[in-house]
Design a protein around this ligand. Structure first.
Ligand code: HEM
Ligand code: HEM
Length: 183
């Protein structure tokens, strides 16, 4: 019988850690924008938009890759509720990694603000009615998404550390292969 896969493919690893780094960059860019004023502050938001839309594209690529290369099941040793919680966290991550950029894109579109993709070209705006109120509603959703993202991130990291230090299994190894594999 074939040996079960015990780590994610290199493409999955690059996408997981690349997108995670970009999400942290997003928070850093907004923090930098909040800490500054004038054109510099607006430049940070402009880069935030370009990075956010890149996350949208990369997440769509990632989902396509995932369909072709299904995830490895979690160890059967964990109770069902924990496996369901892990699964729900992953699904909600994907919802946010798509929903947050869409919400930001929709807000900029309703506000009639151009989106420059790293100064290379103007990202097309969505065909939405021009309305500050609508833009504000999309931004409220974006902020709600931020809160949900922090909760998911906390659950996700606590879960990963629990696998490693409490269950002492190979779940962290398969996402960080240079952590030695346990027998
Ligand atoms: C913003 C940052 C992060 C995001 C958005 C994120 C998202 C995800 C998603 C969506 C999956 C499911 C992959 C799939 O099956 O399709 C996953 C798996 C995983 N992540 Fe993260 N992650 C982040 C940060 C981290 C960090 C910091 C750690 C380590 C402490 C980590 C450890 C893991 C592990 C071990 C798995 C594999 C779980 C399994 O094998 O079922 N992630 N992550
Ligand atoms: C996964 C991608 C994204 C993440 C994780 C993200 C995250 C965030 C966070 C954490 C904030 C601060 C919210 C707060 O103050 O509570 C924010 C604000 C904002 N985001 Fe995003 N964002 C993403 C994508 C986008 C995109 C694609 C756009 C637009 C095209 C966008 C436009 C904005 C704007 C205009 C603000 C308000 C900035 C200000 O304070 O002036 N975001 N985002």
């Amino acid at each position: 019988m074939a040996e079960p896969r015990n780590r994610y493919s290199t493409v999955s690893l690059i996408l997981h850690w690349g997108i995670a780094a970009l999400v942290v960059t997003q928070i850093a860019l907004i923090t930098a924008s909040d800490a500054t004023e004038g054109p510099i502050s607006r430049e940070f938001v402009s880069v935030h938009k370009a990075v956010g839309l890149s996350i949208l594209i990369l997440t769509l690529v990632r989902l396509g890759w995932r369909v072709a290369n299904p995830a490895i099941p979690l160890p059967q040793g964990n109770p069902r509720w924990q496996r369901l919680l892990a699964r729900a966290t992953h699904v909600l991550f994907y919802v946010l990694l798509i929903g947050m950029p869409l919400g930001g894109w929709a807000a900029s579109s309703a506000a009639g603000r151009e989106i420059s993709w790293f100064g290379l070209f103007n990202w097309p705006l969505l065909p939405l009615p021009q309305s500050r109120e609508l833009a504000g509603q999309f931004m409220n959703m974006h902020e709600l998404g931020t809160k949900a993202l922090y909760v998911l991130l906390a659950l996700h990291v606590i879960g990963a550390l629990k696998h490693h230090f409490v269950d002492q299994d190979n779940v962290l190894h398969r996402m960080i292969p240079f952590i030695p594999r346990r027998p």
